[in-house]
Write a protein that binds this ligand. Sequence first.
Ligand SMILES: Cc1cc2nc3c(=O)[nH]c(=O)nc-3n(C[C@H](O)[C@H](O)[C@H](O)COP(=O)(O)OP(=O)(O)OC[C@H]3O[C@@H](n4cnc5c(N)ncnc54)[C@H](O)[C@@H]3O)c2cc1C
Length: 362
Amino acid sequence: MSEDVDILIVGSGPAGSVTARYAAESGASVMVLERRPQVGVPVRCGEFMPSNEEIMNMFPKLKDMESLFTIPDELHCLETVGIDLIDPDDRETMLEFNGYTTDRDRFDQYLASLASEAGAEFSMEHAFYGIKDGKAQTSKGEIGYKVLIGADGPGSRVAQSLGLEHNKNPYPAVTAQVKGDFEPYTQMFFGGIAPGAYGWIIPKDGRANVGVGFSPKFANASLSVYFDKFMDRHGFKAEGKTYGKYVPSEGPIPKTVSGNGMVVGDAAGQVISVNGGGIPLAMIAGRICGQVAAENVRSGASLENYETQWRDIMEQPLRLAAFNKKLADTFAFRSDASTKLCMRILGKRRMGNLIRCKRIFP
Ligand SMILES: Cc1cc2nc3c(=O)[nH]c(=O)nc-3n(C[C@H](O)[C@H](O)[C@H](O)COP(=O)(O)OP(=O)(O)OC[C@H]3O[C@@H](n4cnc5c(N)ncnc54)[C@H](O)[C@@H]3O)c2cc1C
């Protein structure tokens, strides 16, 4: 294969598909490379989405959210009304927080279908390897492009090829599906069960997504040991395979544009450090990335507009979340006793602020 496209996007997750949709809608020729055989498969996610009101609360500068976040009803598995934070003594703090759970495979396929309808081409089982002489080197040959976009997840090869900084200290996390009836709220378990992060039960329809993430610097066993312990504690048996992946933990990388390349989503560290949520952020940044890329192709407008625009909406909340995560690492995650003490000192209101990327002090 040797062909040229206006915009070459690596990765068909939410960041890649949303970028592709908006770039194609703006008239550019767009190709998405995906190394997996099927979009969204396997699922490696907790599958929780905040409500549109909660997204606006976190990112008040976001405009025109309806066109981005109107997700069909059939992709809402269960509407959830709260988040229950559970300390190492099983003491609970229930936060009101509206959201819904989805099936990430169908969710990602829906976003990809919008991109296809807009004219983007998806090339599956097609891996990006690097850049040579200004062309992408891939498993199916060389591809020329005007703009290259890395939507290729936390260990982004595109970021590396563009000379951009990579995500530091990503956390491993593993997830599985279990059967059962669950109340319509997410449960997050803190302490030695998931050192430096949390274990979760996220209810779906007659099922739940369950999993564990941890910070390697606080852990003294492998992720599978923590995961098995978590499953045993709740008497869960996984339906099908369990899947793991890394989660960026330190907020956005310093620069997300280099020459004629950009990175978006997990590749750019656009993840809320305190809870690992990244789907809405990948979508917000993806829309900007696609529009800016198409404008660059059409009129030569600078790709730096992407950096400016996404940071205007998301940087401050993401920096606050990263700062709060550092506070938690320093004071809360040292032991079960310090986790309990900090959760009690923070109380419900401040923990609500923490989850929503707001200041916790004063
Ligand atoms: C266990 C776990 C639970 C999570 N739970 C939630 C949650 O409940 N809610 C939430 O909002 N966020 C959650 N997240 C975070 C969320 O999954 C990510 O932030 C989101 O998927 C980011 O989307 P993305 O498009 O940037 O990257 P991804 O979804 O990772 O997509 C990247 C794509 O790029 C492809 N790719 C990678 N390298 C190459 C290459 N060289 N060539 C071709 N293709 C390539 C990959 O196969 C993949 O399809 C969770 C993450 C984990 C790991």
